[in-house]
Design a protein around this ligand. Structure first.
Ligand code: GLN
Length: 444
């Protein structure tokens, strides 16, 4: 029964040693019981799902793994949660993440790091590290993450699961707590492509409450076709550059060879503006973050520090409750947006964003999908990149260009490096998730 399934997951979570959840839902068992009684039905009836802690869940704490949202319980559900509930899914709990989704390792969470289930000394990736780790550890069959610059794909790759970042506008962001709203999308993680398609059929589609939502119907499960004959694969040289680990590179080339055996063809493609994407991404993401996080000032949400007037109260609240990485990004973003520097940094970054988008447009004129390593290296050790934030930013080279361009992409497990999972990244044209899903499904 749904109740037994939910109870057994809750038991596993209780005994877990990976710290993937920030909390579990008291209502999970009740929903499961309603499913058993036939009071709740739908395509995901009785299926447990874990939700990243930056997606608003009515009555269930949502903190973005930040002290500044301690005790915050949203009075409403995000669009994706409404859809999941209507489909009968059981929201089982919230998952750990880098504070406000800023990071690649889940180390900046106020709840402490989540351990990679493959090797407890390593990070699970980030920022949706909890969502990937709990699926890899069998503590939930599926989960939702958010991907601003790789945060679904990176942890999916590091934990050996499948993760999809949909086209910008394909899934409503209503109720997703913004980090950098022009870049991010909510995306599912699971152990197989079928489950990804099943979740997308529920959460995808138009929502008037998100002004960037696009009415573009995609039948995700109809795309589960095991056939890539005639598929044209572009392989961008720039994604195999310096710093890509040799076993990772080999696993990806082996995957491409497998596609060739299955009847696809491949050719090289040049995407010359890739080298500017990382700098443009961080400039835009930090600028948007500095604006989006202005609302956390002790007035409406979370803890409030003492102060003789509003300014002192607000600045103390922010200084005492935002973590170091979040403060760094707010400061850099504010700088990039300030008068006198805006032209030099923020506007320049927007121009580069257009160039990166044009690289994709040109590539998709000749190819159906592009393939590359999701991450240049396998999961790194906990603590290894904490002191040097730039070295952590650099690991995002292969994941941020798609967020700048808004194109969909999926990471699927494709082998290993030193016993750790490697992700193959398949990138598609805007709203061509059907081709992505077909390619990923055929590979399994
Ligand atoms: N690692 C990237 C960053 O820190 C991506 C984060 C994300 O996608 N949320 O900004």
């Amino acid at each position: 029964s749904a109740e037994e399934v939910t109870a057994s997951y809750l038991e596993l979570i209780e005994k877990s040693s990976i710290n993937g959840y920030t909390c579990t839902s008291d209502g999970a068992l009740d929903t499961a019981k309603m499913v058993d009684k036939g009071e709740v039905a739908g395509p995901l009836a009785g299926v447990p799902i874990a939700i990243k802690d930056n997606i608003s869940t009515k009555g269930l704490a949502t903190t973005c793994s930040s002290k500044i949202l301690e005790g915050y319980v949203p009075p409403y559900d995000a669009h994706v949660i409404e859809r999941l509930k209507a489909a009968g899914a059981v929201i089982i709990g919230k998952t750990n993440m880098d504070e406000f989704a800023m990071g690649t390792s889940t180390e900046s969470s106020c709840y402490g790091v989540t351990l990679n289930p493959w090797d407890h000394e390593r990070v699970p990736g980030g920022s949706s590290g909890g969502s990937a780790a709990v699926v890899a550890a069998g503590e939930s069959p599926i989960s939702l993450g958010s991907d601003t610059g790789g945060s679904v794909r990176c942890p999916a790759a590091f934990c050996g699961v499948v993760g999809l970042k949909p086209t910008y506008g394909a899934v409503s962001r209503y109720g997703l707590i913004s980090y950098a709203n022009s870049l991010e999308q909510i995306g599912p993680m699971a152990t197989c492509v079928e489950d990804i398609a099943a979740v997308m059929d529920v959460i995808g589609g138009y929502d008037a409450r998100d002004s960037t939502s696009i009415d573009n119907k995609i039948d995700y499960q109809a795309a589960l076709v095991d056939d890539v004959k005639g598929l044209k694969i572009g392989v961008p040289d720039e994604y195999f550059g310096e710093g890509v680990d040799s076993s990772t590179e080999k696993a990806v080339w082996d995957a491409i060879a497998k596609y060739e055996e299955m009847g696809a063809s491949w050719g090289k493609v040049s995407m010359p503006n890739t080298k500017y994407a990382l700098a443009a991404y961080y400039t835009i993401a930090m600028s948007e973050a500095s604006s989006n996080l202005a609302r956390f000032d002790g007035t409406r949400y979370g803890p409030r520090s003492e102060g003789e007037n509003w300014h002192v109260m607000a600045s103390r609240t922010r200084a005492e409750n935002f973590g170091k990485e979040v403060q760094r990004r707010i400061l850099l973003g504010t700088y990039a947006l300030s008068a006198g520097y805006q032209d030099k940094y923020y506007l320049k970054a927007l121009q580069v964003r257009t160039l990166v988008k044009q690289d994709f447009e040109k590539a998709f004129a000749n190819f159906d999908v592009l393939m590359a390593p999701t991450m240049p290296l396998p999961a790194f050790k906990i603590g290894e990149k904490v002191e040097d934030p730039l070295s952590q930013y650099l690991t995002d080279v292969n994941t941020v260009p798609m967020n700048l361009a808004g194109v969909p992409c999926i990471s699927v497990p494709c082998g290993s490096s030193d016993g750790l999972p490697v992700g193959l990244q398949i990138i598609g044209n805007h709203f061509d998730e059907a081709t992505l899903i077909r390619a990923a499904y055929s590979f399994e």
